[in-house]
Design a protein around this ligand. Structure first.
Ligand SMILES: NC(=O)CC(=O)C(=O)O
Length: 284
């Protein structure tokens, strides 16, 4: 990968989310502009930042990308911040078939919508006595992986549960992405177990940056987000992390150091695809 890209200052905004969509959009705007004023040029919002997180809320809060208030508002935020904006995720209604998706929209510094990612792995789990959540009750899964070209280089985008599957991050790295960004909302059961571990795993496996941006925790809400938004480096090292409260963390992403690290431990050229070419064919 060439190292001619512009320096990238990443900001993750761990937003407090309420049931009031307009208030959530206004709160996002205040924090996006604050991050930009501190020099961030790649800014990330959390999963489901404009609505409470829950299958009952998705149909009520869903909007179309063509004329919904959230896309308009996110586009204006990116433009006013003069920054790339990975706009967390929103419940999206597709007007062609009325299906609802958990969708991340991405904007360039001119406010143009340059990519969308519909969560491809739906969060359907049942841990008895702890947590049952079935996104598929009201959501449909996306059908493609998402890589976005920016002035800094190419970035892969996933949403929350997508991080549990190593393949999208590996494909992104092999296709030249220097970072995987996951708006996400783990919970008080899976958060302490897996949130940081999965980010470090995706980073160290692929020698790339990984960042996951959560909503702040609200114990009065139906879903209790873990928080702890985190930025991990290509060596699997935690660069910045935080607690469960609203706030912003920053990191300078350095592609030169990443390239050197990849040269020192050259996993990419040492892979034995002759032994594990298509693992979907391996019988369980
Ligand atoms: N909320 C999610 O999509 C995923 C999650 O909480 C988990 O994997 O744990």
């Amino acid at each position: 990968m060439a190292n001619t890209a512009k320096p990238c200052k990443l900001a993750l905004i761990q937003l407090a989310v309420s049931a009031d969509k307009d208030a959530n959009l206004a709160n996002a705007r205040t924090h996006v502009l604050e991050a930009a004023s501190k020099g961030a040029n790649l800014i990330v919002l959390p999963e489901c930042f404009n609505s409470p997180y829950g299958t009952g809320y998705f149909p009520e809060y869903a909007e179309t990308l063509a004329d919904g208030p959230s896309v308009k508002s996110l586009s204006a935020m990116a433009k006013d911040a003069k920054a790339y904006l990975i706009g967390g995720s929103i419940p999206e209604r597709d007007p062609t078939d009325e299906k609802i998706y958990n969708t991340c929209t991405v904007y360039n510094p001119e406010g143009k919508l340059i990519a969308t990612h519909r969560k491809v792995h739906l969060f359907d789990i049942d841990v008895p006595g702890k947590i049952r959540f079935q996104e598929s009750e009201t959501l449909t899964a996306g059908r493609q992986l998402t890589h976005v070209d920016t002035d800094f280089g190419k970035i892969g985008v996933g949403i929350c549960y997508d991080i549990r599957f190593p393949e999208p991050a590996m494909i992104a790295a092999r296709q030249g992405c220097f970072a995987m960004i996951y708006p996400g909302a783990f919970n008080l059961t899976t958060g302490p177990l897996h949130w940081e571990l999965l980010q470090r795993a995706r980073a160290v496996d692929n020698q790339m940056y990984v960042a996951a941006c959560s909503p702040a925790r609200d114990l009065k809400a139906a879903y209790h987000a873990w928080g702890h938004s985190t930025i991990v480096g290509p060596a699997g090292n935690v660069i910045e992390t935080m607690d469960e409260n609203q706030g912003i963390i920053y990191a300078d992403l350095d592609l030169k150091t990443m390239a050197e690290f990849r040269q020192n431990i050259p996993l990419t050229t040492q892979r034995r695809f002759d032994l594990y070419a298509d693992i979907s064919k391996v019988k369980p």
